[in-house]
Write a protein that binds this ligand. Structure first.
Ligand code: MRU
Length: 341
């Protein structure tokens, strides 16, 4: 997979600026944690697993030049950085999971000098990155078993290489099925308001030579009724113990439509996306974004100035609408997901 969404480069985090795709392919370099926080907030780097990797590197960015004289001072500084990065986006639990990994690495090495703890933290961030690459491929192996030659898959948002270190969750399954020689077609929902489907999913699928057709979100019901979709495959930002799954706004609607049309609905997500602390999807914090994301496109007003808006960025698909959840540990019925713990 040629797309490297995020990487560490000589004291800096490098990311593809996803707000510029598909028109420009540009890497941005961050040395400062405040600037990197804005990049996360603006969705220059996005997608739950990629946010896990980003938060780990972000935590290191925040302490790499620390002058802390001892562990107590250092962990206080790290906690401040962790809290700061955690405030960038609330829904994708991977962001908090990456931060928790970094904190644990510091605690586990507390006996070492601060300079050595810092080295351990960079090593931990690299580990999070490498693990994500391996986990995506494992999910792809399991998920591809569900895909048949000739399947037509509808996907929502972008759960591909751009949403992970480099391979994808839902799209990883499609890549693997293609590598296995299966003939597959994909419908990509445009995914209003920020168009991750139109801008990112189509871009990366076309690069990989996958037959993709872009539709507006409100066309999904029509094409399903015509029998044009055989499976729905999406990613997730947070899955609760009962198997409810938060994903990009609009996913719930697609799941309702899939149920009505008797189309299997699969969620592909790493175990790091499961929030074992939450019992039910209604407890998932849903990010609300600025109304301008609905009222404007590229700075141009689409709606009357001053119109009221409501802009939730995610919704929750109830477990009963999900056929199965594909993880790196295997394929689970939503009500079995709690067993993974
Ligand atoms: O707001 P975004 O673009 O970060 O939302 C991303 C999604 O909803 C993805 O579908 C999800 O993170 C799964 S990514 C493998």
């Amino acid at each position: 997979m040629a797309i490297q969404t995020i990487k560490w480069d000589k004291g800096a985090v490098k990311i593809i600026d996803q707000t510029l795709l598909p028109n420009k392919f540009v890497y941005l370099k961050f040395r400062d944690v405040k600037d990197f926080w804005h990049a996360i907030k603006k969705l220059q780097v996005r997608g739950a697993p990629a946010l896990g990797v980003a938060s780990a590197y972000g935590a290191y960015l925040g302490i790499q030049h620390s002058h802390a004289k001892n562990y107590t001072e250092f962990i206080r500084e790290l906690d401040r950085v962790i809290k700061f990065i955690g405030s960038a986006r609330p829904t994708a639990v991977n962001l908090f999971w990456g931060l928790a990994r970094m904190r644990a690495a510091a605690v586990n090495n507390k006996k070492k000098p601060v300079s050595a703890i810092k080295k351990e933290l960079l090593a931990e961030a690299h580990k999070v990155y490498e693990e994500d690459r391996a986990i995506c491929r494992k999910m792809a192996d399991y998920g591809a078993r569900l895909i048949k030659n000739g399947d037509v898959i509808l996907t929502h948002c972008n759960a591909g290489a751009l949403a992970t270190a480099d391979y994808g969750t839902a799209l990883g399954v499609i890549y693997r099925a293609k590598e296995q020689g299966k003939r597959i077609k994909v419908y990509a929902d445009e995914t209003r308001p920020l168009l991750q489907g139109a801008r990112l999913t189509t871009w990366e699928l076309m690069r990989e030579g996958i037959d993709v057709t872009l539709i507006c979100d409100n066309m999904a019901a029509h094409i399903m009724s015509q029998g044009k979709v055989t499976k729905v495959v999406v990613g997730a930002d947070r899955i609760t113990r009962n198997g409810d799954a938060a994903n990009k706004i609009g996913t719930y609607g697609v799941a309702v439509l899939a149920k009505y049309h008797k189309i299997p609905f699969y969620v592909v997500a790493p175990v790091s996306t499961i929030d074992f602390n939450l019992s039910h999807g209604r407890h998932i914090p849903i990010e609300e974004r600025r109304g301008e994301e609905i009222t404007t496109i590229h700075g141009k007003m689409l709606a009357p100035r001053g119109v009221k808006t409501y802009c939730p960025a995610f919704d929750v698909t109830p477990a009963k609408l999900i056929t199965a959840i594909v993880t790196e540990k295997g394929v689970f019925k939503p009500d079995e997901i709690k067993k993974i713990r």
